[in-house]
Design a protein around this ligand. Structure first.
Ligand SMILES: *Cc1c(COP(=O)(O)O)cnc(C)c1O
Length: 418
């Protein structure tokens, strides 16, 4: 049994990099001034925030004034969708388009928008009838299909856009199956149609190239802890000229657009991590893609009745998601953890407490019983070839062990004469 953990859950969160920690330390210790204070002790904190803004802008292809710091990916998604939808509603556009396999920060926000604008949300007393939302004020949501390979087709989007469409939200890369979406094509379609385009780029930032301006993106969410920055800090890029209302109201921080005393250490750490990731991106992607493909190939060779979920090529360099028929992913996770100290995931971390099948695996048409036996391994630049070797060595044994005890597997064998 290894005495160190093998961390293969980098889509859930990542280790803070040394560079990020070093960039944060002054602002967690002696350099505690408030960036809004006018004396120079405060202004040093302000300069740290503004330096971070430049660094983030440079990494993502936008202008520094288009960068707004938030508390993370979830807040950024909520801000973009709630205020983006409100802005377009003021122009009479209440149709929203997204996909069936977005992160819950997007899907649940869209549900809220639909629910809060529906007539049933209004007071049902007779006098309130006049104040209930008119049909034209109600948000409607179309979710695009993502097909078996987990990739949106731009032609479907072009077809779904109507004169009432105000906003489109399509994630840059999926957090469960790692598939990369045709963001530049989607951006072009939205820009031509005069529709706002938001992308949740939380899994993409620091991992694959992003060009905010070139890809014609209006709103982009990112989160520090998915690329070796700290937790609880993120950003929303807002295209210059777009007057998105505040989600968090209060003080005049972030140009008056997002209130609250800045998370100076967090912002500095996130920027340092993003700059570091951008600098080593090509080499890291090359190395991780090789490890990823070896994992997929060797697991498939060693374990019968398993499949790769999501496109094999249009895929994040660090994502492996496979299903093993006849077992429960939860049981596999527990064995990997208990016996081999391997940290992995089945679907996204937020759904592991429920037996509801992953909405992402449902969206790519996986049968429910197969989706239950899914495993996500997400690598980082720190993942070693020895760790990959170890996973390949022990995984087939764990799957066998679980299948031997599985009535599901027994059925499969009987039916198929295995
Ligand atoms: C992790 C994640 C989020 C949420 O980000 P937090 O900073 O944890 O709030 C949103 N979208 C995607 C795709 C993610 O992977």
């Amino acid at each position: 049994m290894p005495d160190r953990i093998i961390y293969a859950d980098n889509a859930a969160t990542t280790r803070l990099s040394e560079a990020a920690l070093a960039a944060m330390t002054p602002y967690l210790t002696g350099q505690y001034g408030n960036p809004s204070s006018l004396y120079s002790f405060g202004q040093q904190s302000r300069q740290a925030v503004e330096r971070a803004r430049h660094t983030v802008a440079e990494a993502l292809g936008c202008a520094p004034r288009e960068v707004f710091f938030t508390s993370g990916g979830s807040e950024s998604d909520n801000w973009a969708l709630k205020m983006g939808a409100a802005l377009m509603k003021s122009r009479g556009k209440t149709h929203l388009i997204s996909t069936a396999f977005e992160h819950h920060a997007v899907l649940h926000t869209l549900k809220q928008l639909e629910r809060d604008s529906s007539p049933r949300a209004a007071d049902s007393s007779p006098r309130a009838a006049d104040s209930s939302p008119r049909a034209a004020d109600r948000f409607t949501v179309t979710l695009l299909p993502v097909y078996e390979n987990g990739v949106v087709r731009p032609a479907d989007l072009a077809e779904a856009i109507t004169p009432q469409t105000g906003l489109v939200s399509v994630m840059f890369a999926n957090n469960e199956i790692g598939t990369i979406q045709p963001i530049a094509e989607i951006g072009a379609i939205c820009r031509a149609a005069g529709v706002l385009f938001h992308t949740d780029a939380v899994q993409a930032a620091g991992h694959i190239p992003i060009d905010f301006k070139g890809m014609q993106i209006d709103l982009l969410s990112l989160s520090g802890h998915k690329f070796h920055g700290p937790k609880g800090v993120g950003g929303l890029l807002i295209r210059n000229g777009l007057r998105l209302d505040n989600l968090i109201a209060g003080g005049a921080q972030e140009g008056g657009r997002r209130a609250g005393t800045e998370n100076v250490a967090g912002v500095a750490g996130m920027a340092a991590a993003l700059a570091e990731a951008a600098g080593t991106m090509a080499a890291d992607a090359e190395k991780m893609s090789r490890q990823r493909d070896r994992l997929i190939r060797e697991i498939q060779a060693a374990i019968p009745r398993c499949r790769l979920n999501g496109d094999p090529v249009l895929r994040l360099p660090n994502n492996v998601n496979m299903s093993f028929e006849g077992i429960e992913g939860e049981s596999l996770l527990l064995r990997l953890d208990y016996v081999d100290k391997i940290c992995a995931s089945t679907g996204s971390a937020c759904t592991t407490n429920s037996l509801v099948p992953s909405h992402v695996l449902m969206a790519i048409g996986l049968p429910v019983e197969v989706s239950h036996g899914s495993l996500r391994l997400s690598l980082s630049a720190e993942t070693t070839d020895e760790e990959i070797d170890h996973i390949i060595k022990v995984l087939p044994g764990h799957v066998d062990w679980l299948r031997e005890k599985s009535p599901l597997w027994e059925n499969i064998c009987r039916n198929e004469g295995i």
